[in-house]
Ligand binder design. Sequence first.
Ligand SMILES: NC(=O)C1=CN([C@@H]2O[C@H](COP(=O)(O)OP(=O)(O)OC[C@H]3O[C@@H](n4cnc5c(N)ncnc54)[C@H](OP(=O)(O)O)[C@@H]3O)[C@@H](O)[C@H]2O)C=CC1
Ligand SMILES: O=C1O[C@H](COP(=O)(O)O)[C@@H](O)[C@H](O)[C@H]1O
Length: 478
Amino acid sequence: MAASQAPEAPEAPDPIVFVLFGATGDLARRLVLPSFFRLALEGLLPAEWRLIGSGRRRKTDDEFRDDVHAALEEFGSTRPADGPWHAFSARLRFAGGGFTADDPGDLLDRIGEARDEIGADARLVHYLGLPPQTFADYTRAIGAHGVAEGARVVYEKPFGTSLEGFRALDEVVHDVLDESQVFRIDHFLGKEATQELRALRFANGLFGSSWDRHHVAAVQIDVPETLDVRDRAQFYDSTGAALDMLVTHLFQVAAEVAMEPPASLDADDVSEARAEAVRAFRPLTRDEVVRGQFDGYRDIPDVAADSTTETFVAARLWIDSERWRGVPFLLRTGKRMAASHQKVNLVFRDPEDCPLPEGGLPHRGNVLCFDLAGDGALALSMNVKTPGATMELGTAWTQIPLDSLSGGDPLPPYTRLIHDVLLGDRALFTRPDGLEDVWIAAADVLDDHRQPEPYEPGSWGPKDAQRLAEPVGWVLPG
Ligand SMILES: NC(=O)C1=CN([C@@H]2O[C@H](COP(=O)(O)OP(=O)(O)OC[C@H]3O[C@@H](n4cnc5c(N)ncnc54)[C@H](OP(=O)(O)O)[C@@H]3O)[C@@H](O)[C@H]2O)C=CC1
Ligand SMILES: O=C1O[C@H](COP(=O)(O)O)[C@@H](O)[C@H](O)[C@H]1O
């Protein structure tokens, strides 16, 4: 499969001191550190950089290097031995003793040393890979110790946990930082296939002209997971599927599908278009949401015996825009389900002037699918004549794995997004106005603490979730 133009050489970022708060945590080990190593491997880091891990306990630089080595062995797509490990590890530092507004621990000293080594004007990037409840305190500390100036600050998701929490955090953040310094990460926006949503729509008349309620019967953003929550039960029980996935990743992808064509693909125009789309989300109501909890969830250590946390959620979202009026956006995600997928399906309407007898078309025969998992893929199903003597129709799928495109080098989402931070490109990050509307649209669901409906592990969730998708029905399991 050929991709047309030769890719432009990526820009080289300025020298940086990358401060990784939460460097001992799950996210840092599984995603951030392996992504940083991948950037080194791809030659996408600046010529001069230092990474300083920050934590509350003290450890030596060598102990931290051993931890990073172990994380790369366990989670990296490239093993340390297969990459530039020695040059990489020599640039790792650790600053213990925590970091609060009253006490910076060892961090200021380590930043000073790093700047002595690579230049006083090396830019600071603070990556808050921390529990979301701590974001405000760490932001205040960044301000209090004078390390905000010229810095970029990356916030993990969720940015707030409610409308009030979001507003309070937003105020603290804007007391300390200018909006242009803030990078709120949602890694689903960094997935290659999510970015194909724009390419397919805006670069192909066939799809661009069909991207509306006249042609699309339903949009489905479907992210079932077989994954358990046993490894992060404490985090999960205080979070749940609605906050962890629905109002973060699934909402942002819905906004990518729903947005009006931006004036350009520049960061400001794209973020504006996405924020505008979220503004048109009609607030979800409980009768259009199904919450589920898999059987056995409450027996997991660290889960409350009477927990009402949902491990599954499905929602029918309406978007009050001229383009999407009357088209259901069906969103579904859950843990311990029958299969793992990350699909965006646009189900097209049957043609109006079809000369075939009623019921002559295969059900859901025309679906455009963006597969967000892994390196990503595009797929299209069409109604076609089954070769043979009679005019019988069947459904055929065609698929384009993105890694099959020549010249392509799919980057994992965290790698792509961290590289964007280093370059200062905010196009794939969320904006506060877009997020405020997220919390408004999600308020009723996040406030729902009734007992969720039970479902069997290994199933497709509660039966009521099937009802939500009628009359089109879920494309998955398909
Ligand atoms: N884990 C994942 O798969 C994903 C996580 N995220 C987000 O990333 C962020 C971090 O998640 P994750 O790494 O799983 O979280 P962890 O629970 O593993 O916490 C990360 C680290 O934060 C540090 N920390 C600093 N202050 C506190 C505090 N007051 N209370 C608790 N810990 C503190 C701890 O390090 P120390 O003790 O050394 O100070 C801890 O190791 C969250 O916002 C999460 O939503 C997003 C996508 C995926
Ligand atoms: O942010 C999260 O995302 C993962 C799924 O994303 P993946 O692309 O890394 O598979 C999800 O399992 C997790 O619960 C959530 O916190």
